[in-house]
Ligand binder design. Structure first.
Ligand code: FAD
Ligand code: FMN
Length: 644
């Protein structure tokens, strides 16, 4: 029997046959040009994914009207001048064997730069939860204009060669704003009841159908649940889904969440289990007789196959998994599942980089993503003897990339095992996927030809006697020890000793440092130690609640009864208490029977001076350059290998 026969079976929707049921859902990339046209970088990004054999690729949000774009590089389809670029995009998808869909979008009140200029539109003049600025309430003429824009844009999509259009009715954008009572308080026929709030969506669907003709499939992406306090529920949505089908929709893409949903549930963090949202797709399937796409933390093709097999969905979207490993479907097809690089749902390189940093798409664990035009292929250059110090994320990524490019690579790791900080980062709740990733990376580097020598620090003597052609210094950071009276007492330990199990949790634990490491240790200790307090010198938390991981951490610590105190320094540690100091008072906290130091790292750079003295070319990467995050470690490790 064919492997994964449900996932890899074809499906027909109107006149379009998909070769299989694996879908790449729309994902904004920021790779568009400033004028909203398609760039070479976007084509290269799509080409790489089209080659991996999904049945359907739905390209990212594309503005149907000049007032509808949420960022200035958002692709446009509101004018004929966009058609040639979009045609190249559709052709690129077809060349890989998939069918091409485009997502038609209007951002409504979430278009920040239109909001600031007073041009943003919304069903009611209710401020965006994120930006705090209200849009202009749409008049009936505005409504008519936007409905028409969706229709004309759909016709352009067809002209550009797309096989399907997807109407974006989800995630808090204009159509979703109409559906939600939180953003739609209109008193006319477009407001009040769920049925009336759905009218705008119904009109958009009808207009799109009128423009594309009877044979052309239309997908509707919906947040089946708004996932926010006071938002619409699954039951509310199920009352109107049949109306959407009646208006001409052929596929429901069953997503969830809106702007401001706690913890970024739309691109859910690791706390949500794979396929956590599939039950909502099932609910939709129970009320309609058209194909439904499930989405949400799918990364394992075998699991997606199971979900389709048991009838919960007809197709499955793999979003971030296609960023982490565009080859994963082929690996599954060929029985090489163990080679799949599984998404760790950290959101660092993808959604949060786009939303909070305004940068182009990347992936924290796949340095090729978003850099397809410059990603180097193995050349016939003469291989170099490359030594790498440190087998954490930076060193192992450098090893994988350098050996892939044909260099002769040896990694020296001073500890007996590889992984660097990930050995500890993978210990708190839900983070075992980080351990899985680092083992994957180790295996791939070795498979690619890199030699890894554990228990062997790279030293001056080794460098002087064997003189490699180049060295990549990925030695990470050194733990900082704050100069506090009592820091040497026996009940004081550090975060790493707790996470590794070397030191057992105390009863009343005080953690010095409320950065990521301190918060992670607190998370690890919640439920193990009866009382956990984190003190941080900064006035506010260095771990932003805007990121999904930060939000989940703060929530878990609050629910776990852990107390976080900001704007406070520890000035003295005694055997059963600590002295805390704020700008205006000093006080004693007791009892404290364990103090855990988590004040961070300083770059470990002792090899730098040695390499300079020996005149051996080198690059400092990752935490060894400056302690930061995984994405910087992998990015710099890869770049050092590419630049050899
Ligand atoms: C508890 C915890 C949780 C974290 N959670 C996250 C998170 O959720 N997201 C995130 O982005 N980041 C997180 N981090 C930070 C992240 O782990 C680091 O940024 C990342 O590991 C840095 O990678 P690196 O390869 O530069 O350094 P490291 O991971 O520190 O690896 C350096 C390696 O070099 C070795 N070494 C040192 N000197 C020598 C020498 N002379 N010769 C040979 N080997 C040597 C070390 O033993 C080590 O194995 C966390 C860190 C901790 C401790
Ligand atoms: C970088 C990024 C950009 C996204 N852009 C869009 C988009 O343009 N339109 C959309 O409907 N959803 C968008 N999403 C949501 C995804 O389509 C998908 O629903 C979500 O990531 C959950 O799927 P996953 O867990 O498989 O990643 C985006 C997600 C990411 C990570």
């Amino acid at each position: 029997m064919e492997r994964l026969s449900h996932l890899f079976s074809p499906i027909r929707i109107r006149n379009v046959e998909l070769v299989n049921r694996a879908v790449i859902p729309p994902m904004g990339t920021n790779l568009g040009r400033k004028d909203g046209t398609v760039s070479d970088a976007l084509i290269a990004y799509i080409r790489r994914r089209a080659a991996s054999g999904p049945g359907l690729i739905i390209t990212e949000i594309t503005a149907v009207h000049p007032t509808g774009s949420v960022i200035n590089t958002e692709l446009g389809i509101h004018d004929d001048r966009f058609i040639p670029g979009l045609k190249t995009l559709a052709d690129t998808i077809h060349a890989g064997g998939a069918k091409a869909a485009i997502q038609l979008h209007h951002g409504g009140r979430e278009c920040f730069f239109h909001l600031t200029k007073g041009r943003a539109l919304g069903p009611s003049a209710i401020p965006s939860l994120i930006y705090g600025v209200a849009p202009k309430e749409m008049t009936l003429d505005d409504i008519h204009e936007i409905v028409t824009a969706f229709g004309v844009s759909a016709a352009r999509a067809r002209e550009a060669g797309f096989d399907i259009v997807e109407i974006h009715g989800a995630h808090g954008y204009l159509l979703c704003q109409f559906l939600s009572e939180l953003s739609n308080q209109r008193q006319d026929e477009y407001g009040s009841s769920m049925k009336s709030r759905a009218r705008f969506v119904v009109e958009v669907i009808r207009e799109v159908r009128r423009n594309v003709g009877d044979d052309f499939p239309i997908s509707l992406r919906l947040s089946i649940e708004e996932s926010i306090k006071g938002g619409y529920t699954v039951e509310d949505m199920l009352t109107v889904v049949p109306d959407f089908v009646g208006a001409g929709v052929d596929i429901i893409h069953a997503s969830l969440g809106t702007y401001g949903s706690p913890g970024g549930v739309t691109s859910a963090p690791v706390e949500y289990e794979p396929g956590f949202n599939a039950w909502r797709a099932r609910k939709v399937k129970d009320v309609v007789n058209i194909p439904v796409i499930a989405v949400g933390r799918f990364s394992d093709p075998a699991f997606a196959d199971e979900v389709i097999g048991r009838g919960d969905a007809d197709m499955v979207s793999f979003g971030r998994q296609f960023l982490a490993d565009p080859d994963f479907l082929n690996k599954a097809r060929q029985g090489r599942a163990e080679e799949i690089r599984t998404c760790i749902a950290c959101n660092q390189g993808c959604i949060e980089r786009l939303m909070f940093e305004g940068k182009t798409i990347r992936c924290a664990i796949n340095p090729e993503t978003g850099q397809e035009t410059t990603y180097p292929l193995p050349e016939q250059k003469s291989p170099k003897k490359v030594w790498i110090a440190g087998a954490g994320p930076a060193g192992l990524t450098a090893a994988y990339e350098a050996s892939r490019l044909g260099h002769e690579v040896t990694v020296f790791e001073k500890d007996d095992v590889v992984g660097g900080q990930i050995r500890y980062a993978g210990m708190p709740p839900f983070k075992d996927v980080y351990l899985k990733w680092i083992h994957w990376l180790e295996n791939q580097a070795v498979k690619g030809g890199a030699k890894i020598r554990t228990g062997e620090p790279l030293t001056r003597e080794m460098l002087a006697s064997e003189r490699p052609d180049a060295v990549i210094v990925a030695t990470g950071g050194e733990k900082m020890v704050p100069p506090i009276e009592g820091i040497d007492l026996p009940h004081v330990c550090d975060a790493w000793q707790i996470l590794s199990g070397e030191v057992s949790p105390g009863r009343s634990v005080l953690i010095i440092g409320g950065g990521l490491i301190g918060m992670e240790v607190a998370d690890f200790l919640c439920g193990k130690a009866p009382a956990v307090t984190v003190v941080e010198a900064l006035p506010t938390s260095p771990v932003s609640k805007l990121t999904s991981h930060g939000y989940m951490l703060h929530r878990r610590l609050r629910q776990g009864g852990c107390s976080l105190i900001f704007g406070i320094t520890v000035t003295r540690i005694t055997p059963d208490s600590v002295r805390l100091c704020t700008a205006d008072e000093e006080r004693e906290l007791s009892p404290v029977d364990q103090v855990v130091v988590a004040v961070g790292l300083t770059p470990r750079q002792e090899l730098k001076a040695i390499l300079e003295e020996l005149c051996i070319p080198f690059t400092l990467v990752g935490d060894a350059a400056e302690p930061r995050r995984i994405i910087e470690a992998t990015e710099e490790g890869a770049r050092a290998a590419w630049d050899l």
